[in-house]
Design a protein around this ligand. Structure first.
Ligand code: BGC
Length: 684
């Protein structure tokens, strides 16, 4: 990582001394929709930024939300952050990071506005697809290598949205209230890891308020927690239009104000700030501090060096990275009677049904949209994969644009009846998984349930594929469907990766980073906490988010956190623990995993900790370690993982600190949060 030496720090101080107030202020607010202003006199360039988490966005005019409309801002469309998280493979996150970092750099950007790491508090949040998980440990383990990868390319990551931006409804003004335990145990750890372990050069302040203060002007969030407690010296960038007050933003908050309008000089940290400094109402030192951090960022990015990484975009290796992530992201939810994988030599005619089979998703969702170089749909991927000996026929089955769907449905059923095998591709699209609004319910739109039921009636072996960025309701047909596969918008190669999984070239190894409930009313945010709230949303469910709630309350979800099947079988054995009870506490655990099935594959072994004696209530179990293990047929591997004091601790809100209490703990090793294979009790 780029640490700056003393001479650079000295130089930065000298530059700041030479700058006029106006020059300094021009560096701390947008002077374009995605850039600040350059100080040409001193050779300081503008800082340029671009969305987002799934690739580098197309270029917009400097002062209008209109595309430039060129032919060279197509880019690699990577899988969504949720798809990345479902690989549970930190190496893949690093590969993703280096690739997207290189693309941003090659497109002349200094900052890529990702990854998105807000906690999935409700399955309805419109931006869930841009985030990673309901679990802070999984988020941390995936975000850190992502960020490190990006920054090897002299591009800054911008981890977002700090903090508690867990819904889109009233996102610009909603005030989030939660207790300290929820804040420290659930909503902050991902950000803490991103800055402390990932060394994210920048972080984006969220739109919403927290405890009555706008996040971008929150003394508590930005000064107390981020800067003092975590020692963060990077740059805080506001979300676009998230600043509301010159004084609080200058004193407590962010370093760069970005917004969505073209009156750049009127931004809170532009002319109004200059006036206030001149009137003696705001100390210029606050501006100097921001400029210092921005200059440090520029030095870290080698902005002034001829040796700065050049980057490249639309490179073959980036498409390979997108494909590799997609392959590992696909989750096999159900596979009765081993109807999957399909055997291509037995399938002479194949029906592919559903609008999502033939739909491209890249160009939607809001700021995460991508002008993709290409995007293989499932239909395209299947046709590419099966080649000329299988007749692939397509029926739309449903359409978002057509109100009368009975013709489409009948046509699809007929096609299904007359085909050897049937793949139905349903789900959501970016009319639902979208920035700016949340879904109203978990239902599949456009009468898709009717379609699935009708097709399953004539073809009980039909395979159902769901593509969505969030959990959906499958209760109407889940018992009848023998095989269900899920994909979270898996990028430009997603359609091909899906085909590889369906035909068994790739053994599925993704696991759910989020719980799929049986009903919305089972979700903690909906049955205990407020959602979406009126002016204020209270997270009354506290730390009981996702599986922490389902588990502790004994509520059976449709598909649990960490669930995902394989075409092979794995056996767990020989759990051993070596507990070192000295001050820092160290637990070395090891166990064997054997591939006992008939094909090579990968298993994600998950380690949960359960605190059996605790003065405060704790979730039944919490994920604290995991490893993705690749195994040939018959192969056994010894998995070694370690836990420390932090992994056993909880946030004691009476004493305002993390504590690890003596007593009994249980280690649970499993294939998912419910499918526990090995367990052992130990004492601290
Ligand atoms: C989004 C950010 C995005 C920014 C710039 C905002 O509306 O919340 O995630 O990076 O726009 O497009």
């Amino acid at each position: 990582m780029n640490e700056l030496n003393q001479s650079v720090n000295k130089k930065i101080k000298e530059i700041i001394e030479e700058m006029t107030l106006e020059e300094k202020v021009s560096m701390i607010h947008g002077n374009g929709l995605f850039r600040t202003e350059a100080v040409k006199r001193l050779g300081i360039p503008a800082l340029t930024m671009s969305d987002g988490p799934m690739g580098v966005r197309k270029d917009y005019k400097n002062d209008k939300w209109e595309d430039i409309g060129n032919t060279y801002d197509y880019s690699t469309y990577f899988p969504s952050n949720m798809a990345l998280a479902s690989t549970w493979n930190p190496d893949k996150a690093y590969e993703f990071g280096t690739s997207i970092g290189a693309e941003a750099r090659a497109r002349g950007k200094d900052v890529i506005l990702g990854p998105g790491i807000n906690i999935i508090r409700t399955p309805l949040c419109g931006r869930n697809f841009e985030y990673m998980s309901e679990d802070p440990h999984l988020i941390s383990k995936m975000a850190v290598p992502f960020i490190k990868g990006v920054q090897t390319k002299d591009t800054a990551a911008c981890v977002k949205h700090f903090a508690a931006n867990n819904q889109e409804y009233e996102r610009l003004n909603i005030n989030v209230e939660m207790d300290d335990r929820a804040l420290h145990e659930i909503y902050l750890p991902g950000f803490k890891a991103a800055v402390k372990e990932g060394n994210s050069y920048t972080i984006m302040g969220a739109y919403n308020k927290i405890r009555g203060e706008y996040c971008c002007e929150s003394d508590y969030l930005i000064n107390d927690i981020l800067r003092k407690q975590w020692g963060y010296d990077g740059v805080v960038i506001s979300d676009w239009g998230a600043v509301h007050n010159t004084e609080t933003a200058a004193k407590y908050g962010i370093d760069i104000e970005m917004s969505v309008t073209d009156n750049f000089n009127e931004y809170f940290l532009a002319d109004p700030l200059i006036e206030k400094v001149k009137a003696g109402l705001i100390d210029e030192k606050f501006i100097d501090e921001k400029v210092e951090r921005i200059l440090k960022l520029m030095f870290k990015l080698n902005v002034f060096s001829e040796k700065r990484v050049r980057g490249k975009y639309n490179a073959l290796e980036h498409r390979e990275a997108a494909l590799n992530v997609a392959r590992e992201s696909i989750v096999l939810l159900k596979n009765h009677d081993n109807v999957l994988p399909l055997k291509d030599d037995k399938v002479k005619s194949l029906a592919v049904i559903g609008e999502n089979a033939d739909k491209q998703h890249s160009n939607g969702g809001g700021s995460a949209e991508i002008k993709a170089l290409y995007e293989y749909t499932p239909l395209m991927g299947i046709k590419m994969r099966v080649g000329g000996n299988t007749k692939v026929q397509y029926a739309k089955g449903y359409s978002k644009d057509e109100s009368l769907k009975s013709d489409l449905l009948n046509e699809a059923v007929k096609l299904a009846e007359n085909s050897d095998e049937v793949i139905i591709v349903v789900g959501l699209d970016h009319d639902f998984d979208v920035e700016g609004k949340d879904r109203e319910d978990l239902n599949l739109p456009y009468n898709q349930d009717e379609l699935v039921k009708a097709v399953l009636e004539v073809k009980p072996n039909a395979i159902v594929v769901n593509i969505s960025g969030s959990p959906v309701f499958m209760e109407q047909w889940i018992d009848e469907a023998k095989a269900v596969v899920h994909s979270f918008y898996a990028g430009m190669e997603g359609g091909y990766a899906l085909a590889e999984v369906l035909f068994g070239d790739v053994n599925p190894s993704g696991k759910l980073p989020v719980t799929f409930p049986k009903a919305l009313s089972d979700s903690p945010a909906h049955c205990i906490g407020d959602f979406p709230g009126v002016e204020t949303v209270e997270y009354k469910e506290s730390i009981f988010v996702g599986y922490r709630y389902f588990d502790s309350r004994g509520i059976e979800p449709r598909f649990e956190f960490g669930h995902g099947l394989s075409y092979t079988k794995f056996q767990y054995s020989d759990l051993t623990l070596i507990v070192d009870n000295s001050e820092e506490i160290n637990i070395e655990l090891s166990f064997n995993i054997t591939n006992t099935g008939g094909t090579s594959g990968a298993e994600i072994a998950q380690v949960y900790v359960s605190d059996l004696e605790s003065s405060l209530i704790r979730p039944k179990k919490e994920l604290k370690a995991f490893e993705k293990v690749f195994l040939e047929i018959g192969e056994t591997k010894l998995v070694k993982l370690s836990l420390n004091k932090e992994d056993l601790s909880f946030y004691n809100d009476k004493e305002n600190k993390w504590v690890c209490e003596a007593g009994e703990f249980k280690i649970l090793v499993g294939s998912s949060s419910s499918d526990i294979k090995l367990e052992r009790i130990f004492t601290v």
